[in-house]
Design a protein around this ligand. Structure first.
Ligand code: KIV
Ligand code: ZN
Length: 516
């Protein structure tokens, strides 16, 4: 019995990549990057996009506002504590959004109420009720979250959730804020809410699980089995500390095991891989190779027995096809004879709608690359488009670089960088050519952040492939990501470093320097 012929329940997918994941260390995005991700989440088919926490900063406010105004389809949510000015900021940011939600939360666990909020349970109850009523004045769609629900006293949790429903909440969320629960306990908690809270049948029960014990997706799914009909999750499982439930894992588990869940989501699964790649690139956080669904090895088979089985029938070792999550089995290849139209069509298929000027600029880069390599893969095209259109002011631009290295020589690099109307030129030596190039850039720009993460990979497989460097730098308590693409990996690394410096400058952090 597969359940195929039965009416399936709908599980609402609430994506909080732009809020919970974005507040995780080093993952911050600028406004246009957030808008770009939000458009992709809409193409992916999420039901709700939590776009940010408007009261927390001008950037958060503006991002929620722009996403609410520009992104069609999903409901756009703004987070608020149960504080008047938070709710008003969320309402103001979402004023022009055709479909909006205010998501208000307060903690209900003894640990949080006593040590963090310094409020009594009855004060928390009152604040929850008042906040939902207040939010209800701005929109019909109000979500209430009982933060740290899994460490709360269950009878108090029931009371607060009931009060929120009576005040008008349409979704009630039971977060495992500190990732403390396990599937059986979390499922039982959701079942308890269903059984013991008056009025719960009128609202949607939601899960929001963190991954401190590596159980976020499993706990969310246990919630679904026990009647939760919204799952809050993030792309690549990113989020505070060890992250949140991973959207791709939850969605594919529900889809592949419909027989157990008797439910489905509105996710267009073929957009999953692309979304994962985009979030990884823009946040500067690589996807671990063995990550379920979206990792580079998720569909790679190495052992002889597995390969033999697969060649006989794919079902032997694959429970889903790579194509079903947007990983292409056979790569689509373009070359210099594909023409501008073919290139444009491919960009569209990859989710980039370009205007004529953008198309001209991107096509020129495509042709340059096609001259260097015979076959241009989708990943190459995405890399070109990302490079071309990610919107960070180019404070520094690499104009020239020369590196010398070899056996028995001291690796050295000379760089020329354009900065405002100045030309900055410096040379340096290092532990290898990449180190030398980065040192020369630091000298030229008078910026010397700490390099905290660095990775390089071939975007495609041939020896003339584009190399992509992704790195993170730290200045003070903030980190900034950068990426660079080139057929030369040293140049890709230099570009990635300059892109991270540009991110840092765009966020007003000159590392105590006023610039070169
Ligand atoms: O983890 C959490 O409890 C949260 C709430 C704001 C829902 O992120
Ligand atoms: Zn959270």
């Amino acid at each position: 019995m597969t359940g195929e012929n039965k009416q399936l329940d709908r599980v609402v997918i609430f994506d909080t990549t732009l809020r919970d994941a974005e507040q995780s260390p080093g993952a911050s995005l600028n406004i246009s990057e957030k808008v770009e991700i939000a458009h992709q989440l809409a193409r992916l088919g999420v039901d709700v996009i939590e776009a940010g926490y408007p009261v927390s900063s001008a950037v958060q406010f503006e991002a929620v506002k722009r996403i609410g105004e520009e992104v069609q389809g999903p409901v756009i949510a703004g987070l608020s504590r149960t504080v008047t000015r938070d709710i008003e900021a969320a309402a103001e940011a979402l004023k022009n959004a055709p479909r909006k939600r205010i998501h208000t939360f307060i903690s209900t666990s003894p640990e949080h109420m006593e040590h963090m909020l310094r409020l009594s349970p009855s004060e928390v109850l009152k604040k929850a009720e008042e906040a939902v009523r207040h939010a209800k004045g701005y929109t019909e769609d109000v979500e209430f979250s009982a933060q740290d629900a899994t460490r709360s006293d269950v009878s108090f949790l029931r009371e607060v959730i009931q009060a929120a429903i009576e005040a008008g909440a349409t979704t009630v969320n039971i977060p495992d804020t500190v990732g403390y629960s396990i599937p059986s306990a979390f499922g039982a908690l959701i079942a308890d809410m269903r059984e013991n809270v008056a009025g719960i049948e009128k609202v949607i029960i939601s899960t929001h699980c963190h991954n401190d014990l590596g159980l976020a997706s499993a706990n969310s799914l246990a919630g679904v089995l026990n009647g939760a009909r919204q799952v809050e999750c993030t792309i690549n499982g990113l989020g505070e500390r060890a992250g949140n439930a991973s959207l791709e894992e939850v969605v594919m588990a529900i889809r592949i095991r419909k027989d157990l869940y008797q439910a489905d989501t509105g996710i267009k699964s073929t957009e999953i891989f692309r979304t994962s790649q985009m979030v990884s690139r823009l946040m500067g956080i690589p996807v671990q190779p063995n990550k379920a669904i979206v990792g580079a090895n998720a569909f790679a088979h190495e052992s002889g027995i597995h390969v033999d089985g697969l060649l006989k029938h794919r079902c032997t070792y694959e429970i889903m096809t790579p194509e079903s999550v947007g990983v292409r089995g056979s790569k689509m290849v373009l070359g210099r004879h594909s023409g501008r139209h073919g290139f444009k069509v491919r960009c569209g298929e990859l989710g980039f709608e370009l205007n004529e000027n953008q198309l001209t600029a991107a096509y020129e880069k495509f042709m340059e690359l096609a001259d260097k390599k015979k076959e241009v893969f989708d990943e190459d095209i995405v890399a070109i488009l990302d490079d071309e259109f990610v919107d960070i002011p180019e404070t520094f631009r690499l104009d020239y670089m020369h590196c010398a290295s070899g056996t028995g020589t001291l690796p050295s690099a000379t760089v020329r960088i354009l900065y405002k109307d100045k030309v900055l030129q410096e040379a340096a030596w290092g532990d290898g050519p990449v180190d030398a190039a980065l040192r020369a850039i630091s000298k030229a720009t008078s910026l010397n952040p700490e390099l905290v993460d660095y990775g390089i990979r071939a975007v495609t497989r041939s020896s003339e492939a584009l190399g992509e460097a992704v790195l993170r730098i730290r200045q003070g308590d903030k980190t900034y990501g950068g990426r660079g693409v080139s057929t030369d990996i040293i140049e890709a690394s230099a570009k990635a470093y300059i892109s991270a410096l540009n991110h840092m400058m765009a966020r007003g952090n000159g590392g105590g320097n006023n610039g070169p």
